[in-house]
Design a binder for this molecule. Structure first.
Ligand code: BDR
Ligand code: CA
Length: 339
């Protein structure tokens, strides 16, 4: 069993990652912490609650995190993920469970109660994690494993020419987190899934159709490039309808930026790494995060060769297997939707 503490900023790809984790019998989702990023932390928590409800898993605690990044104002991204962070999807209104305050304390309590047992998965700016580290500096030793989506090590950013979104939103938090791991044994270093591997997880309309088929929906194609923007899914299974409507928005966003009718589902890959279902290779490096204002804010620089004379603080994923990720993820979510 993988016991996972998930910190996210749901977020369309975060949503797919969350549903994927819920679909895995071998994963125990211990708690979900909500970080401001794609949308405000309150909205992230509402999205997480609604998705848990949709998947019949209202018992998982959800907490709201910091209101803003450590030192700079929050910038959200409604153009990428929609005003509510979930594209065109209409989530069920929350019933019963509410989000608690204090995601930072939730992190610390969960880790202290389960020393050496939890995998922390962060697919958002590292704000909550950095704040938790300030209060409990032993977190790197107390966690079993850390998996992070963030950074761009081949200098093709998705937010600025060199910076990735999560590190750009809160570069100070990212710098603090990497610093906390410097010099620890290799197996303790965060596994970092950055753009050069997560942008290879290219979801296409055919994948959504396959998901619908796996879930036993009658509709063969649900998200097609020739459809008018904003068209809603008529899939008979509610979970497929929600994912399809969310992903349509994400496809339209990527097309707008001339990337084609596809969507990079970064966080899904990180979730598969955390769950132990993805094949990948890593290279250890000392990561520097540029915190200053200006053109390079949020840029992540890796020293693979020890040229700075410092110890590694991260294991950067250098290879992954996108077709295998899709086989695994679509099959597993499809089975969940069929249940
Ligand atoms: C990251 O930015 C967010 O918008 C996505 O959810 C993902 O975590 C990719 O740069
Ligand atoms: Ca995210």
């Amino acid at each position: 069993t993988e016991r996972i503490l998930f910190d996210n900023d749901t977020g369309i790809d975060d949503a797919l990652a969350l549903v994927y984790l819920l679909s895995l019998p071998q994963v125990e989702l211990v708690a979900v912490a909500s970080t401001p990023g794609n949308v405000s932390a309150d909205q992230v928590a509402r999205n997480n609650l609604a998705l848990l409800q949709l998947c019949g898993r209202t018992g998982v605690p959800v907490a709201v995190g910091a209101a803003a990044p450590l030192e700079i104002p929050l910038v959200t991204t409604p153009e990428t993920h929609g005003p509510q962070g979930i594209g065109y999807a209409e989530l069920p209104p929350p019933s019963g469970q509410t989000a608690r305050a204090g995601a930072v304390d939730l992190w610390i309590d969960a880790v202290r109660r389960n020393p050496g047992e939890l995998t922390a998965l962060v697919t958002a700016p590292l704000t909550n994690f950095a704040l938790a580290l300030r209060k409990e500096p032993r977190l790197p030793e107390l966690l079993k494993r850390v998996v992070v989506m963030g950074g761009a090590f081949y200098y093709q950013g998705n937010t600025t020419p060199t910076a990735e979104w999560n590190t750009h939103v809160d570069p100070h938090a990212a710098a603090e987190v990497f610093a906390a791991f410097e010099g620890l044994p290799e197996e303790r270093l965060p596994i970092v899934c950055a753009l050069e591997t997560t942008e290879r997880i290219e979801l296409r309309p055919g994948h959504v159709a396959r998901l619908a088929r796996e879930a036993g929906c009658a509709e063969p194609e649900l998200v097609l490039p020739e459809d008018p923007p904003g068209k809603r899914s008529t899939a008979s299974v509610p979970l497929i309808r929600v994912l399809s409507d969310a992903l349509r928005f994400y496809f339209e966003f990527h097309r707008h930026y001339d990337q084609g009718y596809l969507a990079h589902v970064h966080d899904v890959f990180a979730a598969a790494v955390a769950a132990g279902t993805a094949d990948y290779r890593t290279r250890s490096a000392t990561v520097h995060v540029e915190t200053g204002p200006g053109l390079l804010a949020g840029t992540t620089v890796p020293d693979f060769r020890g040229l700075w004379g410092r110890k590694p603080n991260a294991r950067i994923v250098s290879w992954n297997d996108p077709p295998a990720v899709f086989d695994e993820v679509l099959g597993s979510i499809g089975a969940l939707a069929r249940r």
